[in-house]
Design a protein around this ligand. Structure first.
Ligand SMILES: Cc1cc2nc3c(=O)[nH]c(=O)nc-3n(C[C@H](O)[C@H](O)[C@H](O)COP(=O)(O)OP(=O)(O)OC[C@H]3O[C@@H](n4cnc5c(N)ncnc54)[C@H](O)[C@@H]3O)c2cc1C
Ligand code: SF4
Length: 510
């Protein structure tokens, strides 16, 4: 098996790089596509602009260096009106390296919705079952064990059950997890069965060449037999350009996460007017409860239990409702969410060991757009709808009720000003949450859309094989392709679709 090639290493000057399939972006979509194509005997190069981070020496469990090295824009990307903090990975293995490991496949009702309303005729729940199984096998999907559920997650479960509501212990892709709790800044114990641990080693073993600190900047000749992709190499920390080279490829597969994919295609003057449209951010609302006894939520698996009572799967409208999922992060992230300044914020942070926390996940309609600024950087225009805001208030009430039912002394929504509820009797105050710009920091971990896959150029950005309309052999294979929110979590849906699309490519492209 060849090693990952680090373009930041001194003396790295590639010449005449050629391949049949050039995959850009090594996350859930790109990593999987590279592996499937390489195992089918294709000549594959996989490009990744992030670095390669494996093991305790590189994954240090420290906020500052890990956000700096593992996240796009150091974790600071937002939409235009700054209501949503848009998080995604920038590392070999993409979002799989820094995600919370929840495994949630696409629901039958969502497949049915896409078939009925978006022309996804080839992708029925039944036809996709083999690909779902392949994704679950890649992820070594398994149910989190009772003894792995920490007190933070037990509190949400206790409250949910006290109210007689439905919930579930989630499936995950951890094997031999040591409960270190730093999943969102990488797993030093290599317990995550993510693309870095599964698809990429398999791609390498099958002969793929994998380059890190290599950013694709331009796709040329997109309508000819051979494309030329310009690549910028980066320094060891990934922030300064070092060198340039080009790769000659028969097919180019763009899998750079919705924002990166749209930006690269637009900068290359590719795509129709649908490219960049129909973007879903699936914003999540943070909620914190202060308990009488220590919770120590930073110990153990951060996200294990979900309240699912209000989630809706509907073949006529797609995914709706909301779900509440326990979560905890490292102190730096939690500190950034505490909206009380000065002494009040310090007091809250001093009680961190008594805090339980969740993210309320509220699937949205794909109302966003990704465009380019004058400097070529992407801009995400996304405005929360009135319907989403109403659902969010309903969701906050439900989550707060569950925490009070579990014995919370206080529930805080980190808005500006913060909403502090002392008891269930104050729940009506939730109606004061406006979700207006600069009043709240929502979190997006599941960006989807922008490169919608469909049957017609009038309504989609690529055809049912993922080929970008107007090109010959330029494909999209990541979270961009979904017509609407695919699931409450996107890793499994993206790996599922990457298997299906890469199989098609392997059999159709000679
Ligand atoms: C904090 C967090 C927690 C999450 N938790 C979960 C969870 O528990 N369960 C779940 O199912 N999902 C979760 N997700 C979502 C899931 O991880 C992502 O949806 C998924 O990784 C996206 O896959 P992708 O292939 O679209 O892109 P990514 O996995 O983001 O990969 C894209 C890659 O492309 C690279 N790239 C971009 N532009 C270029 C370029 N021009 N040249 C070269 N490389 C480029 C990027 O550096 C990146 O590594 C989470 C996400 C985050 C951020
Ligand atoms: S909780 Fe498990 S998966 Fe997360 S960082 Fe710790 S050992 Fe890794």
């Amino acid at each position: 098996m060849s090693d990952v090639l680090d373009c930041a290493a001194s003396g790295f000057v590639p010449h005449d790089l050629k391949c049949d399939f050039l995959v850009i972006g090594s996350g859930c979509g790109g990593g999987t596509a590279a592996r499937v194509l390489a195992e089918a005997g294709k000549d594959v190069i996989l490009l990744e602009e992030g670095g390669d981070f494996v093991g305790p020496d590189k994954l240090s469990q420290r906020d500052t260096p890990m956000y700096d090295q593992l996240y796009v824009d150091r974790g600071g990307r937002t939409n235009k009106d700054r209501t949503v903090n848009i998080l995604s990975g920038r590392v070999l293995g993409g979002g799989g390296v820094i995600n919370a490991c929840d495994v949630v496949p696409i629901h039958d009702a969502t497949w049915a919705y896409w078939q009925k309303h978006h022309g996804w005729h080839d992708f029925s729940a039944t036809a996709m079952q083999p690909y779902v199984q392949r994704a679950l096998a890649d992820l070594s999907a398994n149910r989190i064990l009772e003894q792995q559920i920490n007190r933070n997650n037990q509190i949400l479960r206790q409250g949910t059950q006290a109210l007689g509501w439905r919930g579930e212990v989630m499936m995950h892709n951890r094997v031999k997890c040591q409960g270190l709790g730093s999943c969102l800044i990488g797993c030093p114990a290599s317990a995550k069965r993510n693309p870095r641990m599964v698809a990429i080693p398999k791609a390498l073993a099958a002969g793929a060449r994998v380059l890190v600190r290599a950013r694709a900047t331009l796709i040329r000749d997109a309508t000819t037999d051979r494309k030329r992709v310009e690549v910028q190499t980066l320094d060891a920390k990934g922030y300064h350009p070092v060198n340039r080279f080009a790769i000659d490829a028969k097919c180019v597969i763009v899998a750079a996460n919705p924002v990166g994919t749209v930006a690269l295609l637009r900068n290359s003057h590719l795509g129709n007017d649908q490219l960049g449209q129909h973007v879903s951010l699936q914003p999540q609302v943070p909620i914190v409860a202060l308990m009488a006894d220590p919770v120590n939520a930073f110990e153990g698996i951060p996200q294990a239990y979900a309240m699912t009572e209000f989630e809706r799967h509907d073949p006529d409208h797609g995914l709706g409702g909301f779900r509440v999922e326990s979560i905890f992060g490292t102190p730096g992230v939690l500190g950034s969410l505490v909206s009380q300044p000065g002494a009040a914020g310090k007091t809250l942070m001093a009680q961190l060991d008594h805090a339980a926390a969740s993210l309320i996940l509220i699937p949205d309609q794909p109302v966003g757009q990704i465009t380019l600024r004058r400097d070529g950087r992407p801009e995400i225009d996304y405005t929360l709808t009135a319907e989403w805001k109403a659902r969010a208030r309903q969701a906050v009430r439900a989550a707060a009720r569950a925490y009070f039912a579990a014995g919370a002394k206080m529930v805080v929504i980190p808005a500006a000003p913060p909403l502090v509820l002392q008891s269930e009797a104050q729940l009506a105050q939730v109606e004061t949450l406006t979700f207006d710009a600069a009043t709240i920091s929502l979190i997006s971990a599941h960006q989807q859309g922008g490169g919608r896959l469909g049957t017609s150029e009038a309504t989609s950005a690529c055809d049912l094989n993922g080929q970008v309309w107007g090109t010959r052999g330029v494909f999209i294979c990541d979270g961009s392709i979904f017509p609407s929110s695919s699931s409450s979590h996107t890793m499994t849906p993206i790996i599922t679709m990457a298997h299906a699309l890469a199989d098609r490519l392997a059999s159709h492209a000679s």
